[in-house]
Design a protein around this ligand. Structure first.
Ligand SMILES: NC(=O)c1ccc[n+]([C@@H]2O[C@H](COP(=O)([O-])OP(=O)(O)OC[C@H]3O[C@@H](n4cnc5c(N)ncnc54)[C@H](O)[C@@H]3O)[C@@H](O)[C@H]2O)c1
Length: 326
């Protein structure tokens, strides 16, 4: 019997994975999703994401760890995988300083396991989730794909840089079509609880003190990018046949931490209580995407600005945390 072609999504229970998978399922794609459902953040959020995805007939889930190449090989024997969207990773800049080996095993070892399994099974399409953090504290903005990434300032960033290098090599040696996507601070529904939008929102609503990790919060800037724009970029990159390519996926308009907080105060109608503490090792001062390459080759046009995005995020946050047992 001929097996029907399926897309493999890694990290499917996570923030970007669940949103990407939902869109592709709605479009009718056949998806095999994998995740090891680790407890880096509350697993209830991941389990709720999976519950939503499992309601689709065209979705199958396997609890698989990308560090185990035998489990990956089994999946490629069972299904005809036409392409891979590799989003699984140990995320988080600060935690990477505490547990570096986990980052190396997951983000470097896991990515190598996937690329090697893809090669062995003659699969020819691969998307890799990289990060704006690979640019480090380079002086020049906005960040362009041609800029040097030889000075990553966190272990997380170094492992993403290594993942990109492996992707380059697998394209060069084995002609696999690979698009590496550098995401810029993604936020929105099902957002990660360890990231600023979630932490700030929780603390503003609960009137708890927000710690700002910078001596000069007016200098710290992030190019916040709404999840639906990122998902659109991933889907476009998955269809793009350009050999090996790197794309920045960001909104292209960084905002200061303090302006982000002011906007949150305006939207929630509550005042933020702030305590300034020193900068955290590994945190970059600014992220700012030059998206001209993605705009030109992928027709990537982010649509959701920070005000609308934060309003939509708050709506989701309030409904989710009111109705879930979290
Ligand atoms: N969210 C952002 O702002 C952002 C920015 C830049 C890059 N990224 C990258 O995008 C990807 C998705 O990020 P996210 O924000 O959705 O994070 P997330 O933590 O919500 O999702 C990652 C998923 O991978 C799974 N996972 C981790 N280790 C695994 C393993 N060994 N085997 C199988 N599954 C494993 C986790 O359980 C999780 O569900 C990651 O590669 C991340 O590094 C995210």
């Amino acid at each position: 019997m001929v097996k029907s072609e399926k897309i493999l999504i890694t990290g499917v229970a996570g923030f970007i994975g669940s949103n990407t998978c939902e869109k592709l399922l709605q479009e009718g794609s056949q998806i095999v999703g994998i995740d090891n459902i680790n407890d880096y953040y509350d697993v209830k959020l991941k389990r709720n994401n999976l519950k939503m995805l499992k309601a689709y007939d065209n979705f199958e889930f396997h609890e698989v760890d990308i560090r185990n190449i035998d489990e990956l090989s089994y999946l490629f024997e069972k299904y005809a995988i036409s392409g891979v969207i590799h989003l699984a990773a140990q995320a988080g800049v600060r935690y990477s300083l505490k547990n570096p080996f986990l980052y190396q095993e997951t983000n470097v070892g896991g990515t190598l396991n996937l690329l090697e399994t893809v090669r062995r099974n003659k699969c020819t399409n691969f998307v890799f989730a990289s990060s704006s953090s690979v640019y480090g504290n380079q002086g020049k903005v906005p960040f362009s794909e041609n800029d040097s990434i030889s000075c990553p300032i966190s272990i997380y960033a170094a492992t993403k840089q290594a993942g990109e290098a492996l992707c380059y090599t697998y394209n060069h040696l084995f002609n696999i079509n690979i698009n590496c996507l550098r995401f810029f601070t993604v936020y929105g529904p099902r957002g990660r609880p360890d990231m600023a939008p979630h932490i700030f929102t929780t603390k503003v609503l609960e009137k708890r003190i927000i710690k700002i990790y910078d001596n000069n919060p007016c200098k710290m800037k992030r190019d916040f990018t709404y999840i639906s724009d990122i998902v659109e970029g991933i889907c476009r990159a998955f269809k793009y046949q350009g050999g090996f390519q790197i794309f920045n996926l960001g909104y292209g308009s960084p905002i200061k931490t303090m302006d982000f907080l002011s906007l949150l105060e305006e939207i929630t109608g509550k005042e933020a209580e702030i305590e300034y503490i020193g900068p955290q090792p590994g945190d970059v001062r600014i992220t700012y995407a030059d998206c001209s390459k993605a705009r030109s080759l992928l027709k990537f046009k982010p649509k959701i600005g920070i005000k609308k995005g934060l309003e939509q995020y708050l709506k989701w946050y309030q409904s989710y945390f009111r109705h879930s047992e979290l």
